[in-house]
Design a protein around this ligand. Structure first.
Ligand code: PDD
Length: 286
């Protein structure tokens, strides 16, 4: 596997970092995961814009222009030539003796990028997946795509231990926020509901696209936090993310959603989303 690390393209075994790297010691960094579909990047600009927003919030100076990091992404793609894969991109506050304060002077951020093969869960996309609910124990800036993911890791592990795909996070006093690594949607009384863009969720790139698709389909949408009870009584529930696309959730906490099969609104949005991916890959460079 080829790794881009601070200006160099290295073999996986050569890509090494010191122990006082701030990503390792403080999770002091940000990341992005972008899709490669049919050999091309999808919505890479949107991912790079979100990276800039995350960096600004963490007062992290990015060492490159968007065009430069795009060139790195394109070079990795040229060398690996995958059909279906994801780009992982991470920027941290660099290497410095351990001290909570930002490093003084001109310590360069650490930039890591590599392409990883992806798979598509056909079975889950067609027949739906199961989820559990978990308390949302994260910090108050979930809009930042930070590598500090411990509550997400725990929630996802609890889901795996129960043999289900995703953990749906419920924030005390707020309601359903999102999944451990996905945005969560429900359909209730003909209306599509998802949490509003706010500090409580990551503004998913796929969330944004699906929002555009609901508008194009003239589906009524409400951006609000659902209660856990509403979620359990929803007609349909689904999740979205870069690597999961639009996937129906047919069971939550062991109880069936609707009749326990993927619903029509979910499947229509999934169809439109997959059509868009094919369209982007076939002619238009996003
Ligand atoms: N996860 N919410 C959280 C907490 C996420 O980590 C993600 C993405 C999403 C969906 O965002 P997008 O549509 O931009 O993929 C929502 C990535 C894929 C990951 O951590 O691997």
């Amino acid at each position: 596997m080829l790794i881009y690390l601070n200006g160099e393209y290295l073999d996986y075994s050569e890509a090494k970092l010191p122990v006082d790297e701030r990503g390792l010691q403080f999770a002091d960094g940000i990341y992005e995961v972008a899709l490669i579909w049919d050999g091309r990047y999808v919505d890479l600009d949107r991912h790079l814009q979100r990276l800039e927003r995350s960096a600004a919030t963490l007062e992290l100076r990015l060492p490159f222009m968007q065009s430069e990091i795009r060139a790195v992404a394109e070079e990795l793609l040229r060398r690996a030539q995958p059909r279906l894969a994801s780009l992982y991109l991470q920027v941290t506050r660099g290497v410095a003796p351990r001290d909570h304060r930002f490093p003084a002077g001109t310590v360069p951020p650490t930039v890591i990028a590599y392409i990883k093969d992806a798979t598509i869960d056909q079975e889950g996309m067609e027949n739906g997946v199961a989820a559990i609910t978990e308390p949302d124990l994260r910090w108050l800036r979930c809009d930042v795509k930070s590598v500090s993911l411990l509550p997400n890791v725990l929630a996802r592990q609890h889901a795996a231990a129960r043999g289900v795909r995703e953990a749906i996070l419920v924030r005390a006093g707020i309601g359903v926020t999102e999944g451990s690594a996905t945005n969560i949607w429900m359909v209730r009384h003909g209306s599509v509901v998802t949490a509003p863009e706010s500090n409580w969720i990551l503004s998913g790139i796929v969330r944004g696209v699906v929002m555009e698709l609901t508008n194009a389909e003239r589906l009524p949408v409400a951006e609000r936090f659902a209660t856990q009870e509403e979620l359990m009584q929803a007609d349909e529930v689904f999740l979205t993310s870069t690597t999961s696309f639009v996937t129906p959730i047919v069971q939550v906490d062991g109880r069936s959603i609707g009749d326990g099969t993927p619903g029509p609104v979910t499947m229509r949005l999934q169809e439109l989303y997959m059509e868009r991916l094919s369209r982007l890959a076939s002619h238009v460079v996003d």
